[in-house]
Design a protein around this ligand. Structure first.
Ligand SMILES: Cc1ncc(COP(=O)(O)O)c(C=O)c1O
Length: 481
């Protein structure tokens, strides 16, 4: 019980004492970054104070940025890590469209991410120990047995109906009302985006993309002979609508490709109002929006964010996602809701690879229907939130002063800015020599930006990973200009 002090000058008020006790527990490491704090009711009993006093104490700690409330979930310890600065978004800072060159570096980085002999500090692939491997194996076996010859024949586009029904049901949580016929099952999200680009653009066309931007899509844009126009994006709000508006006035843009929820690499979550503005701005110029929402289910809160597609009144948004970040990347199952372009995308899909593998679709349909997907999501959200905090704390501890990073509220990616002049490419090569793979910042732009940034992945956290961050930090110190 707290020793109550009188409210005279110099003595702390009761709620301040409670706040002091909680802050003390955080200082001692009883509660660490990412940990959930006791409920208001528990603390009220524990300290023998009123509910109101605990609420005031929590409000005080929130003001001091020590803790953070997550809607309908409770209070959590924040990580005390310098946050990346919001860039100055002058619309005129847009650079002219650039023809993308496929780089060997991209290919090398992708191969390194999947190299089991390297410590995967950069790869945006969920860790198998956080995925429902045994359950999926059981489901796969029983579904192919149950469905017999159906499981070895083509499930021609738009794909296995039972899966499309499940996807349509889940889309409601993202604010999208759809039917199974609005959905096209694809081989991963990458194929969904590829089909969307092919259905909306022709060789030589310009695509507006966020900057920094997921490097694999840059390659795809290159392969298709398209040009990319980089629009500045911020960790807090995502793509700048103002800069995009300016770009649309200057250039003919054929489509806009955006990762709306917990983007890669910034982790930004576009507020609903911004999503609406984005959809309306593009619709007013008849420009399709290709929305990649692959990380949306990985929010750290309890409520999944909405999709920009939920604001689509013109059927001009092509929604793309997959189960690669949540259930099984190797199943290669994703989907698109193509709106106006649905028919064309189905035709292209059939021409390119006929159909997505049947057994994976069947296993996923059953897992979504009866496998406890929501329970699984709650578990990985918690794990990733905690991993992100621990990794961020470790980066703050081991990297040079002046390093800062994003504070994403979902996903499992950290975007780290090192002091100016610290060369991310040299760090990438030196890290490889030490058996560590990371993704260097310059890959995320076509215009020589992000030379002192790296992308880290918090898909897993253990002693080995912490040692890896320590080694990276040491290398970064050696590279300080
Ligand atoms: C934003 C984004 N979209 C798509 C993908 C790939 O998705 P899939 O494996 O389902 O093709 C990734 C993987 O890193 C990604 O980060």
């Amino acid at each position: 019980m707290l020793e109550r002090q009188k409210n005279n000058a110099g003595a702390a008020l009761l709620y301040e004492q409670v706040a002091g006790e909680i802050a003390g527990l955080v200082d001692q490491g009883t509660f660490r970054a990412g940990d959930k704090l006791p409920s208001i009711r528990q603390l009220s009993t524990r300290f023998d104070v009123s509910i109101n006093t605990v609420m005031q104490a929590y409000a005080l700690l929130e003001d001091k940025c020590l803790i953070q409330a997550r809607p309908q979930s409770g209070y959590y310890v924040r990580c005390r890590v310098p946050e990346i600065r919001e860039p100055d978004l002058k619309s005129r800072s847009i650079i002219a469209p650039t023809t993308v060159k496929i780089s060997d570096l991209c290919h090398q980085v992708m191969c390194n991410m999947m190299n089991q002999y390297l410590l995967p500090l950069g790869s945006a692939i969920p860790h198998t120990k956080n995925l429902p491997v045994d359950k999926l194996n059981r489901i796969m076996a029983s579904e192919v047995r149950r469905l017999g010859s159906q499981s070895i024949t083509y499930q021609k586009p738009p794909g296995y109906e039972r899966l499309r029904v499940q996807i349509a049901r889940r889309a409601l949580v993202a604010g999208i009302s759809s039917g199974p016929d609005d959905i096209l099952v694809t081989s991963g999200c990458v194929e969904a985006v590829l089909l969307a680009l092919r259905a909306t653009c022709h060789t030589g066309d310009t695509i507006a993309v966020e900057s920094p931007f997921y490097f694999n899509f840059m390659q795809m844009i290159a392969e298709l002979g398209l040009k990319a126009l980089e629009i500045p994006s911020t960790p807090r709000d995502g793509i700048s609508i103002e800069a995009l508006r300016y770009a649309i006035e200057q250039e003919k843009i054929s489509a806009c490709l955006v990762i709306t929820n917990f983007s890669n690499p910034l982790g930004s979550l576009m507020p609903d109002e911004r999503k609406r503005e984005l959809v309306e701005l593009l619709a007013s110029h008849d420009i399709p929006l290709i929305e990649d929402d692959i990380y949306g289910d990985l929010t750290f809160g309890n409520e999944r964010p909405t999709a920009a597609k939920s604001f689509d009144r013109s059927n001009l948004v092509i929604y793309c996602s997959s189960f690669s970040k949540t259930i099984a990347p190797g199943y290669r199952v994703g989907w698109a809701m193509g709106g106006r372009f649905q028919g064309e995308m189905e035709r292209l899909k059939m021409m390119m690879n006929i159909a997505t593998a049947s057994p994976s679709q069947m296993a996923l349909a059953e897992f979504l229907a009866n496998g406890g997907y929501d329970h699984h999501l709650r578990s990985i959200r918690r794990i990733h939130a905690r991993n992100i905090s621990q990794m961020a704390e470790a980066v703050a501890r081991y990297f040079p002063d002046g390093t800062c990073m994003t504070h994403p509220s979902g996903g499992f990616i950290l975007w780290v800015e090192m002091p100016t002049g610290t060369d991310a490419m040299t760090l990438y090569h030196r890290a490889l020599e030490q058996g560590i793979s990371i993704v260097p910042g310059p890959l995320f732009s076509l215009t020589n930006k992000y030379g002192n940034y790296i992308r880290l992945s918090a898909a897993q956290w253990d002693e080995k990973i912490e040692q890896g961050i320590k080694t990276l930090g040491k290398l970064a110190h050696e590279l300080l200009p």
